[in-house]
Ligand binder design. Structure first.
Ligand SMILES: *[C@@H]1O[C@H](CO)[C@@H](O)[C@H](O)[C@H]1NC(C)=O
Ligand SMILES: *[C@@H]1O[C@H](CO)[C@@H](O)[C@H](O)[C@H]1NC(C)=O
Ligand SMILES: *[C@@H]1O[C@H](CO)[C@@H](O)[C@H](O)[C@H]1NC(C)=O
Ligand SMILES: *[C@@H]1O[C@H](CO)[C@@H](O)[C@H](O)[C@H]1NC(C)=O
Length: 450
């Protein structure tokens, strides 16, 4: 109950607190770089397609498992030998757990501070606070770029522990530092944490044309000085950019300035082109063909996620119904696969097998469950995800992924917990989030030329 009230308070406060009302409404876009694209610093030319697909699929499984832990096995953060350890609470039920981002499949650049320092970070719609590793650091994962040094930025200020942004952090995940700076703890899954001080500085994106950057002064972010993860983040990534529904996420902080809207358009993860993240509502100016919208829901026990309601899935003429109405599937930019609740998956896959009328390959590589050989002479049924109010018609390319050896594998797998609509299913859709109207819309789009 307490946590629900807090969530409500956060919602009513954030637009007042974190938005500079004097700014005019604007829209701008940022490249979303697929991690396996030759344009990505994470590009590894040694890996073949099968290895790339399998590694992405394993990351997807890791993300979905941590989400399951987040729902069911909350444990209080462990106090660590920190300069200013956050107070650990006796009540684990109050922990806000954000599942593991792992490496992330899409990354973006932005700049921080004055003068600007470029950062390369994981794009994550499933967490709120954006953070970078800062110096001095107590325990940081190794990173190639120098740590962000806030003392070198003329626009950086520590957020004070009695200020309102700090008090928006749940009480058991914040503390007051020696010089009254706000110390936060962010937890990913059961045993992964990052701790830092909450800071405010200028975020810049650009250049956006005519050599101008889009600049957002006094943006709140995490200046991390302690990380202990059970997963690995590439040394090429300097942190995470959060686009979740909570008050600290980038779109929530930009608020009125972007009309409370953002959208992304993702290209396949090994594409040689980039997708786009658009902040602002300029995407809505052009009429979009085939656009469909569905409400999103915020569940207080998963406050960093956009939850949709999936009523059913059509596979050709067959339709599998979930019988649910209250929100049952998370839409997430990080995991590549779509993870379906066990019962729904069982019905789904039996309809798929009937519709295809072909033998499933016996050697489906882990973690895939359903693969078929020699797909060239196959007829693909139409797949439609029926979200409440939005029938999203998927291309076979959204449902299957090609491995070497003439094998294609279904990117829908069973989940250990709640269902997740992953990023492969969203490729070549413009997916727009309207935080004001609380809805997500899908428009089929060629994201390579978006
Ligand atoms: C990381 O956390 C584990 C327990 O979760 C602890 O045993 C270990 O010492 C920590 N590592 C560092 C570097 O703090
Ligand atoms: C955004 O939406 C507002 C209000 O609906 C409109 O006035 C404005 O022209 C739109 N476009 C941009 C680029 O802000
Ligand atoms: C891809 O790489 C793996 C591991 O090196 C190897 O076992 C596999 O045969 C390769 N696949 C192809 C099609 O080259
Ligand atoms: C998508 O756009 C790219 C770049 O303009 C183009 O090369 C490609 O052929 C387009 N794909 C489709 C399916 O139209």
């Amino acid at each position: 109950m307490h946590r629900f009230v807090l969530a409500l308070l956060i919602f009513s406060f954030c637009s007042v607190l974190l938005v500079d009302g004097s700014k005019t409404l604007m829209g701008f876009s940022i490249d979303l770089i697929p991690r396996h694209s030759p344009m990505s610093p994470l590009y590894n030319s040694e890996m073949n397609q099968t290895e790339l697909v399998k590694s992405a699929a394993m990351r997807s499984i890791a993300r979905s498992k941590l989400l399951f832990i987040g729902q069911n096995e909350l444990s209080p953060p462990s106090p660590s030998p920190l300069p200013s350890p956050p107070s650990s609470s006796s009540s684990s039920a109050e922990s806000v757990i954000t599942p593991v981002p792992d490496h992330g499949e899409y990354l973006m650049r932005f700049s921080l501070g004055t003068p600007e320092v470029e950062r390369f970070a994981i794009f994550d719609t499933g967490s709120d606070l954006s953070w970078v590793q800062c110096s001095p650091c107590k325990t940081c994962y190794p990173q190639d770029a120098p740590l962000y040094d806030p003392t070198q930025s003329s626009t950086y200020v520590d957020v004070a522990c009695d200020s309102q942004p700090c008090t928006l952090i749940p009480q058991n995940q914040r503390d007051c530092g020696n010089s009254r700076q706000c110390i936060y703890l962010q937890q990913y899954g059961e045993r992964s944490i990052t701790i830092g001080k909450l800071g405010s500085d200028t975020f810049s994106f650009g250049p956006m044309g005519m050599g101008q950057d889009a600049k957002f002064p006094e943006s709140v972010f995490g200046c991390a000085f302690y990380s202990n993860f059970t997963f690995e983040i590439s040394s090429k990534a300097d942190g995470i950019v959060g686009l979740g529904p909570g008050p600290f996420s980038l779109p929530s902080q930009l608020g009125d300035q972007i009309g409370h809207k953002f959208s992304y358009c993702m290209v396949p993860f090994s594409s040689t082109s980039t997708g786009k993240l658009k902040l602002g509502n300029h995407s809505s100016e052009a009429p979009r063909n085939g656009v469909v919208s569905t409400p999103f829901i915020i569940n207080p026990s998963l406050p960093s996620y956009y939850l949709l309601n999936l009523e059913g899935i059509s596979i050709g003429e067959k339709k599998v119904l979930t019988g649910q109405t209250g929100g049952n599937i998370i839409i997430d930019s990080v995991p590549i696969m779509t993870h379906l609740e066990q019962r729904i998956y069982a019905n789904f896959i039996s309809s798929v097998k009937e519709a295809f009328n072909v033998e499933a390959a016996e050697d489906a590589p882990t973690p895939f469950e359903f693969c078929v050989k020699n797909p060239s002479n196959m007829n693909f049924p139409e797949f439609v995800f029926h979200f409440t109010g939005a029938d999203v018609v998927l291309n076979p390319n959204n449902m299957f992924i090609a491995l070497d050896n003439n094998l294609i594998c279904m990117t829908v797998v069973p989940s250990t917990g709640i269902s997740i609509f992953g990023n492969w299913a969203q490729v070549n859709f413009e997916v727009e989030y309207d935080l004001g109207e609380k809805k997500v819309s899908f428009a089929p789009t060629n994201c390579s030329s978006y």
